[in-house]
Ligand binder design. Sequence first.
Ligand code: GAL
Length: 669
Amino acid sequence: MNTTRTGMMGFGLLTAILLITGIAFAADSSAENHTVWLSGLDLSKMTAGWGKPQPDLSIQSKPLTIGGKKFDKGVGTHADSVLYVDLRGTTERFSASVGVDDEVAGQPASIRFRIIGDDQELWNSGPMKAGEPAKSVDVSVKGLKVLILSVDPTSDGVAYDHADWADARFLTAADNPRAIDPPAEPETILTPAPAPMPRINGPKVYGVRPNSPFLYRIPCTGTRPMEFAAENLPAGLSLDGKTGIVTGKIAQAGTTIAVLIAKNAQGQDRREFRIVVGDTLALTPPMGWNSWYIHYNRVTDAIMRQSADVMIASGMADFGYSYVNIDDCWMVKVNSTDPEIGGPTRDDKGRLIGNKRFPDMKAMTDYIHAKGLKAGIYISPGPRTCAGYEGSFGHEALDAKTFADWGFDFLKYDWCSYGEKAGGDKLEDFMKPYQVMYAELLKQDRDIVLNLCQYGMGDVWKWGAQVGHCWRTTGDLGLEKAGNLPGFYSIGFSNAKHFEFAKPGGWNDPDYILIGWVGSAFTGGEGEKTTLTANEQYSYMSMWSLMAAPLIFSGDMAKLDAFALNILCNAEVIDIDQDPLGKQAKILRQTDREFVLVKDLEDGSKAVGLFNLDIVSQPLAVSWQDLGLTGKQRVRDLWQQKDLGVLDGEYKTSVPRHGVSLVRLFPNL
Ligand code: GAL
């Protein structure tokens, strides 16, 4: 630490500046201390829910004014707003007059200012409204390392939340405090590596239609070589003992409980596998990968094959990931002159033509299927897809047949450009394109899971299961932030509300898991490493699993690292998502500081996620009473795969900034 006394020099300089600018204030009596205005710090590091923080002006660049009083110095910002300040070890005090700026007088603004020092709250203004006089604060920050200045929106949202840190200043004995980025969080891997013993993972129940091709690669971790066997497989199925791939066709409708067995030198695992031959597919949420958020309009046959290779080589398939899905931009682009993607969109019989990057779709799906994996494709019900490529409008029957002939097992059906041709805002208008395509898919001689991508219009969760297997409930997740929280939280909060509509065969889809190396649909490029913190990534995967969401990763398969794989591949977390009961978690509590989800599981246990939405760590708890439980419970931490003990009455723990505690509570019989 720099202990040189620069106080005198700093004070002298400051006095000179003050004389020049004519600003009067009561200087600290100690000649050793000098003032550093908050507005002099690098405000590009201060976040704001709207606009850009302004030095010595309001967020709308007007004089700072609170409750009729004007301030010459300070910072105008907007909730959510956070600034991290490195106090350099020599800062003594922070003081300010805070409040809602008068520029939103008469509007329903409501904000709370907080000053946090080394993860402890030093001061909290309580809710403040427009027109109220400023509240003064003067706190000692002596000995602290990092100060956080935070403006929260309170629970009514961020509308009109213009916030002023007026007259805000630090008093320091030596080094000037400086604005910093949030301290980096180490990417701590919480999940133990899979044991060498076999463990059979993935779904415990599986739906297939009579006489449809059956393809299932037993997801199983443990040292290879491994031998697979099965008891009570329905007639028509056979298992390759070396690869663990089950194939065949079952003629007879009905349910069979087979037993899957995996053996290696270390031991064996047996697991019941319920095969339900009937008309319902996707009895558990689909798991896989989609090309969109990393390859966009650059997707190729080679990328798809490579992604299938990695799904096996990385071990993802051993945890249950099975779909390898192309998104938009595999077709011919309407009116494009680019020889790679332009040209006739359909052949003389009206059949879709893949662009030059997809020379042979059937060969590609054969390649994927040979690994025991499944293949997915995308199109829009309108004349063009969202990216302007050929759509299905008017060709639905032939396109469904083409997808089946090509060997696809999954179709993502968008909405783009459909409104130009049909549209309307009645329920039947929203349902129509999906009814049409679903009916066509049912006529095919293979099973094709239908994913509706129409962003939640017409309350799709209420009817999606009649015309498909999973439905996006919101717009694109993307990489944007909502206030201090990354976008997956707001998408998750919205998706969580529709819990009662999820069931085996029909799932709410909050969009993809965007971690690892991902891109942005708007900026293109080859992507970059996620900016989500480690704890945010644990929260993301926990929330999606509790919500029984399709687990579709959409980052770069070729750049998966150990941390991303640790997030994607925790067998006990995936068990929550894939639980055969098929219930989506209910919201137990939601405030601006915490979010608590509870999911009932088939064996009578419950999964609970305690999400800390705050920028500081805080204790979070759930009581047995809240959960309708009585008696002692065995509490297991799912990320660490570790029993925390047998507890009575409640589970309480400290949860880090934007982190989660994901536990499973088993009755202690
Ligand atoms: C959007 C969809 C994205 C992606 C994109 C392709 O409508 O929500 O997930 O499929 O279209 O153009």
